[in-house]
Design a protein around this ligand. Structure first.
Ligand code: NAD
Ligand code: ZN
Ligand code: ZN
Length: 340
């Protein structure tokens, strides 16, 4: 089988021919149909963060495909079933976080495409308990972006505790942002979408943004304040200055939810304003299996739209460059050819 491999940080990925991986106890082998390119894969391939994967590794945590082989002890999945293999490859199931509905904070977790090989491959392994069944009515190409971009932005809105009639700022209308915008609308909020490319601003309008802010020409904080200030700002743009801009646009009691993970990212949080205005800054990391089930359910019910373009895995390096140049409308989904 073919896989796109990071051999060294910052170097182009290499397409390699590898033997089919054998599922161990509790695992399944998945024949990948579609695999999304999340900006996190780029950070992983570049070694951007304090915690780094160990090359060689296969990135990708938006892999969707058909179960092909069951490892020992797997009884709840069957061959031919469509599953998504998200970032949360597995968690311990026993710790305080796992037991309190926060498996995404488990310290024993293994992350797909980071701590084990991921979805940039024709075949991949998944821990069966964390492989999410994809419901009827959701295609593999739609399920792929939903498996990270969808669940992460859905969870960020839960963390923000968005209520109808609130103003929510979506900073960055890329893979995550184009879905965050839709979940904010579903929650009943008024949405201010912020980006720096004409295409993304256009997409935001098409997806129903009430206010569109061009951060190249406008001060996002000031614009938000002119609308009374945001009750919540979801920071999805890979740029610390964009976090600071929306933080300054919160209304009293507002929340900045940090989601994007720029390399060496730090921001200035003014103590005086934070105290006087009672604002908070909180991080949000992907979502649980239940969150992903809800994301799929919403999509199956026709309530969200996934914007993506398909490309062959062989285009992986050009595709990464295109994402970095901001040329992709929302998500690249690699077509791995399974199921045809
Ligand atoms: P993306 O590249 O598809 O989207 C980023 C968007 O931000 C683009 O539309 C870009 O035009 C826009 N942008 C750039 N500079 C901006 C600025 N100054 N102001 C406003 N918009 C700006 O990336 P993505 O796949 O959506 O991922 C976004 C970030 O979220 C990445 O850092 C990724 O690693 C991170 N991420 C975090 C989690 C999590 O669990 N916390 C999960 C997935 C991704
Ligand atoms: Zn991701
Ligand atoms: Zn745990």
């Amino acid at each position: 089988m073919k896989a796109a491999v990071v051999r060294a940080f910052g170097e182009p990925l290499v397409i390699e021919e590898r033997p089919d991986p054998e599922p161990g106890p509790g695992q399944v082998r998945v024949r990948v149909e579609a695999s999304g390119l999340c900006h996190t894969d780029i950070h992983a391939a570049h070694g951007d963060w304090p915690v780094k994967p160990t090359p060689p590794f296969v990135p990708g945590h938006e892999g969707v495909g058909l179960v092909e082989k069951l490892g020992e002890g797997v009884t709840h999945l069957s061959a031919g079933q469509r599953v998504a293999v998200p970032w949360l490859g597995r968690a311990c199931g026993r710790c305080e976080h796992c037991l309190s509905g926060w498996e995404t904070l488990c310290e024993q977790q293994v992350n797909t495409g980071f701590g084990c090989d991921g979805g940039y491959a024709e075949k991949m392994l998944a821990w069966a308990d964390f492989a999410q069944p994809v419901p009827e009515g959701v295609t593999a190409f739609e399920a792929a972006p939903l498996a990270c971009a969808g669940v992460t932005s859905y969870k960020a809105l839960k963390v923000a505790d968005v209520k109808p009639a609130q103003l929510v700022a979506i900073s960055g209308v890329g893979g995550l942002g184009h879905l965050a915008l839709q979940y904010a609308k579903i929650a009943g909020a008024t949405v201010a979408a912020i980006d720096v490319t004409d295409d993304k601003l256009q997409l935001a309008t098409e997806l129903g943004a009430d206010i569109v802010i061009d951060a190249r020409k406008q001060d996002a904080g000031k614009e938000l304040k002119e609308h009374g200030g945001a009750h919540a700002a979801i920071a999805l743009a890979v740029n610390p200055a964009a976090f600071e801009a929306v933080n300054s646009g919160l209304r009293r009691g507002g929340k900045l939810v940090m989601v994007a993970l720029p390399a060496h990212g730090t921001i200035q949080v003014p103590i005086f304003d934070t105290v006087l205005n009672g604002t908070s800054v909180i991080g949000s990391i992907v979502g649980t299996r239940q969150d992903l089930a809800e994301v799929f359910q919403l999509h199956a019910a026709g309530r969200t739209k996934v914007i993506y373009e398909t490309r062959p895995l062989a285009s992986v390096n050009e595709s990464i460059d295109a994402v970095l140049r901001g040329e992709i409308k929302a998500r690249v989904v690699f077509d791995l050819g399974a199921g045809r």
